[in-house]
Design a protein around this ligand. Structure first.
Ligand code: NAI
Length: 342
């Protein structure tokens, strides 16, 4: 079984080589992202393995299909970058639904603590032997209200962590499933939360869930956390809210236009993205470049599940992690599927 692996980073190789060798899968690692322009590299391969910023739009899918590629193995949970409808009847799509909700939830709390206790500033100061405390006053998380949007695997772990800090939790989810949590309408969550954390997937419904109208409703000084998907937030509305002093801080592991910049070294270059540059110029904005998942445990789980998905699929079985798009509702369909969609 030959798989073309796109958008490869050094940290991907050890675990994929290990599980690949153990299971007779040969990976060819390409640094380039998969797009319609680079899809030709998949010629002669049974499948492609892709990540969050590869572009599996209709032209890319048509090219892969023409080359005889049978499967797209996502090594991530989110699938907003894949045109599933276009894949139907042509190429099967597999994903890794969970690899470590702890990795993402813990990173979210790390960002929050960094922001409220000004750790990023203190780190730079003491490195320069500046031991002044001026401007480093933070606030207690204990007793504050955190609004969690999306209470699935990651949202639930984050809620647990916040409860451990003695925070009051308000939650909003289209399909509430967490026990012992107060679910409220989105409007109330926006108005009452001191901290808001996004843990829902990016869909047509959730795109810009934090946009200009939502920013109007926010409590003054709120901290916005996004470790889910960039386009959940309208970056210009966020910037505007920060400039108007409505939003007290923003911690972002994801950004709307991240595919053009994240995972690459732009130091020494001119930053073309004015919104990102302006956000980064703010003292109360912390950006990490989609690294919330990046723990040893998560990398191992990602490789193991991806290889297991491929073995099941090419062995002719029903892969529980195949994204089924036949009946329109991917999430429900996955739970009830008894046979391959096509
Ligand atoms: P999950 O599927 O377990 O939970 C998602 C939750 O969002 C579910 O409870 C679902 O009912 C809810 N939801 C769906 N539509 C909604 C809507 N319209 N409004 C409100 N809630 C809605 O997913 P999981 O594993 O918790 O991951 C959440 C997101 O985290 C993923 O979609 C992905 O985008 C992101 N992620 C980010 C990573 C990073 O490295 N920064 C790594 C892994 C995931």
């Amino acid at each position: 079984m030959k798989i073309a692996f796109f958008d490869t980073k050094d940290f991907d190789k050890p675990s994929f080589l290990k599980y690949g060798e153990e299971n007779g899968i040969s990976f060819t690692f390409y640094e380039t992202k998969l797009t319609a322009d680079t899809a030709g590299l998949a010629r002669g391969y049974d499948g492609v393995c892709v990540f969050v910023n590869d572009t599996l739009d209709a032209p890319a899918i048509d090219k892969l299909y023409a080359l005889g590629v049978k499967v797209i193995a996502l090594r991530c949970a989110g699938y907003n970058n894949v045109d599933l409808a276009r894949c139907f009847g042509k190429i099967h799509v597999l994903r890794v639904p969970a690899y470590s909700p702890y990795a993402v939830a813990e990173h979210t709390m790390a960002l929050l603590l960094t922001s409220v206790r000004r750790i990023h500033k203190a780190y730079n100061r003491t490195k320069e032997f500046n031991f002044s405390l001026s401007g480093l006053t933070g606030f207690d998380l204990h007793g504050k209200t955190v609004g969690v949007i999306g209470t699935g695997k990651i949202g639930k772990v984050f809620i647990n962590i916040c409860q451990g800090f003695g925070m009051k939790v308000l939650a909003y989810d289209k399909f509430p499933s967490a026990e012992g949590v107060e679910y409220v309408p989105l409007d109330r969550l926006l108005r009452e939360s001191d901290v808001i954390s996004l843990h829902c997937p990016l869909t047509a419904e959730t795109e810009h869930i934090i946009g200009a109208a939502a920013v109007e409703k926010l409590k003054k000084g709120v901290i916005i956390l996004n470790t889910s998907r960039g386009a959940l937030i309208d970056a210009e509305a966020l910037l505007d809210g920060i400039k108007k002093r409505k939003i007290g801080a923003a911690c972002l592991d994801v950004y709307e236009e991240e595919s053009d910049v994240f995972f690459r070294d732009f130091s020494g270059h001119i930053m073309d993205d004015d919104v990102l540059a302006r956000l980064l110029s703010m003292p109360n904005v912390i950006v990490t470049s989609h690294q919330a998942f990046l723990t040893e445990e998560a990398l191992d789980n990602i490789a193991e599940t991806t290889v297991r998905n491929l073995i099941t699929f090419f062995g002719g079985g029903i892969c529980e992690n195949e994204l089924c798009y036949k009946c329109g509702n991917v999430e429900t369909c996955m739970k009830e599927r008894k046979e391959r969609c096509f």
